[in-house]
Design a binder for this molecule. Structure first.
Ligand SMILES: Cc1ncc(COP(=O)(O)O)c(C=O)c1O
Length: 338
């Protein structure tokens, strides 16, 4: 039986030409800044984000943790949404490692309004932790942050002297969906991190981009976290290949998401809650595990997330696969889920 991996875009595998680029990569000791392929990737990232400096890091979690280590810390707060990755999926590193208090701002599925962000800010008081930074996540559960709202949040931050960190793990999904460049999104934050290892299909690495003073500190934090790596050009070559070949391909994932979302909307057992960029979240009156099992019997692998069913589209799914997944979803009957 053919398998369709709809669990996450992190399950993408490096393609043959990507592996060839990795094989051929020129390398050096990146801890000493001497890996030419890493340096080339970092320059590409600076070009893309419009920021002064950038740094490869091992993961998206590290890309969130380092800014909080630099701008957060004991007695400091970060404003974020209840849906954010730092709150839900990073094992509390925001507080246990960065020693920062996450303060939840009301949001619509992760999209905060500038007014609500501003209302959550407070300055120095002898008995209160101090607001230090704001985090936006773009995309958040697949949903693209409206550019206007990001600009309004940045204005609020500037008025209050606060740092804005953008978790742009999937910023390219946002960009291909809206036509807004990554540079424009990045301009609404003081630093941005994005992942090469998700929809872009590289086997590892994320990047962090900001001003050079911040990135110099980030390099030290990366070392503290055990993230100093040596001949990392092998991985950076995959990242370069991904940026050169896989960005436009994300459009396909969004088309496939729309097709599969339609099939779910027609299914009596699913209620689609979020259908955006490459992600679908749906609720059901039936046990989600039973739905996961019914999907698995047809070769489709998916996960539950926050009590909902979650389907993520990626390079793992071709045009034909998407058609077949939509058809197979239509064969699941309510009787099977009771
Ligand atoms: C929005 C977001 N931020 C950060 C991360 C963390 O990335 P990593 O798994 O590379 O640590 C993820 C991972 O799925 C994510 O979805």
């Amino acid at each position: 039986m053919k398998r369709y991996d709809l669990r996450s875009d992190t399950f993408t595998l490096p393609s043959e030409p990507m592996r060839k680029a990795m094989y051929e990569a020129e390398v050096g000791d990146d801890v000493y800044g001497e890996d030419p392929t890493v340096n080339r990737l970092q320059e590409m990232v600076e070009e893309i984000t419009g920021k002064e400096s950038s740094l490869i890091i091992s993961s998206g979690c590290m890309g969130n943790l380092i800014p909080m280590m630099i701008k957060g810390g004991r007695g400091k707060e970060i404003l974020t949404s209840a849906y954010s990755h730092i709150v839900r999926h990073e094992i509390g590193a925001v507080s246990s490692i960065a020693a920062t208090l996450p303060v939840i701002v009301p949001s619509d599925m992760g999209i905060m309004k500038a007014e609500d962000v501003e209302a959550s800010i407070h300055g120095y008081s002898y008995d209160m932790s101090e607001t230090a930074m704001i985090e936006t996540e773009n995309t958040t559960s697949g949903i693209v942050y409206p550019l206007d709202e990001l600009k309004r949040i940045k204005d609020v931050a500037e008025r209050h002297g606060l740092w804005v960190h953008m978790d742009g793990a999937r910023i390219f999904n946002a960009s291909v969906e809206t036509g807004v460049s990554v540079k424009e999104y990045a301009a609404t934050a003081d630093d941005i991190t994005f992942c090469l290892s998700k929809g872009l299909g590289a086997p590892a690495l994320s990047v962090l981009s900001s001003d050079s003073g911040f990135i110099e500190e980030a390099r030290r934090c990366k070392k503290i976290l055990g993230g100093g790596m040596r001949q990392t050009g092998i991985l950076a070559a995959a990242g370069i290949w991904a940026l050169e070949h896989n960005v436009e391909r994300l459009r396909k994932d969004h088309e496939h998401r729309a097709l599969i979302s339609k099939a779910l909307e027609a299914a009596p057992w699913a209620e689609v809650r979020i259908s955006a960029t490459n992600m679908i979240f749906f609720s059901s009156p039936y046990d989600i595990q039973k739905i996961i099992d019914a999907m698995a019997r047809r070769g489709m692998m998916m996960l539950a997330d926050g009590g909902m069913g979650r389907i993520v589209l990626s390079l793992n799914i071709s045009d034909e696969d998407a058609e077949e997944v939509a058809r197979l979803i239509g064969t699941i009957d309510e009787g099977e889920l009771r």
